[in-house]
Design a protein around this ligand. Sequence first.
Ligand SMILES: Cc1cc2nc3c(=O)[nH]c(=O)nc-3n(C[C@H](O)[C@H](O)[C@H](O)COP(=O)(O)O)c2cc1C
Length: 376
Amino acid sequence: MGVETAINIAELREHARRRLPRMVFDYIDGGSDDEQTLARNTAAFRERELLFNVLAGVTDIDLSVEILGMKSPVPFILAPTAAQRLFHPRLGELAAARGAARFGAPYAVSTLATQPLDAIAGAHPGPRIFQVYVWKDRQLVADILDRVRAAGYGALALTVDAPVAGNRERDRRNGFTIPVSLNTKTVPQALSKPGYLLDLLLGGPAQPANFPLPHAGDVMTHINTQFDRSISWDYVCWLKDAWGGPLAIKGLSRPDDAVRAVEAGADAVWISNHGGRQLDTAPATLDTLPAIRDALKGRAQIILDGGITRGTDIVKALALGADAVAVGKAYLYGLAAGGEAGVARAVEILKNETERAMALVGRASVAELGKDVLAG
Ligand SMILES: Cc1cc2nc3c(=O)[nH]c(=O)nc-3n(C[C@H](O)[C@H](O)[C@H](O)COP(=O)(O)O)c2cc1C
């Protein structure tokens, strides 16, 4: 059965599990330490109940939103995720971008992308976001920004929740690194998935394509050494100035930090715990949303990610005050399972489910979604 017939995101996940060596599947699927935050992100959506109005005169559903100055036909963004040629060795980000583009869904490109950022732009007319980190080498970031601007990206996201890489124990157990190194742990895993292995050998190592790695080796080690842990909110002011366009700060979990982000120049607060991959036991993103929304008092837009696998999840986050949401794993399962077609199927599933959920709660547009559709 192909990805086109997958009924939901959980089925795409099963397709991905069958296709990928265990180490690559676990890199997508796993979290840090005991994976409590990973589980909480999903549980928080499950625990909330949706209330529905009937006979609400809802004929056409309008899912469109404006986020970071860009119009989008759907209220969800494909979140930035590293090294997509690991998940789809031949095309990686190009396949993901094309799949998203079929529905005009916003696509966010990671600094750790394994395809050139201008080639990705060519595969996805927009809306597009580029994600950067807090790096010691500001000249390196400034050079990347020049290329991001030249390639016509509409907005920037600064990820702040990864001053060190999280403790991903599945990766350590599996001997997983980026790029994949061949050793006694990884070779048997790769050999057990010959289809993937062939693609990997043809595609070559999944290296970052948008900045030079100073020396050969593991990308996560490089990130750990590049991250400037001495810096503070003045970096946001510098970045806003250097970029000059719409800016989101990604990886916020507390109202005080959300307010600081806005004071430093952020146009959007991106509530995220990196999909439960960084600080374990941090709260579910959905649970932090009400206090952050209240603290911001409408001074910045809100994006939320973490644990979204259903249209009802999207409706809940929008009803609680997010202006848009983002999904990571949900589309990566599609990418791994079927490249462009798999990503397109993930987007289609989420779009259809969101439309259906809106019709069932009796709301015709995102603007009509408020707290009253949630119980309690
Ligand atoms: C495999 C993987 C790689 C990721 N790489 C990055 C990255 O390079 N930069 C970043 O800001 N976030 C990264 N993230 C976090 C996502 O942008 C997003 O916050 C998270 O996936 C949302 O949670 P969800 O996967 O439950 O939807 C990554 C997530 C995953 C699953």
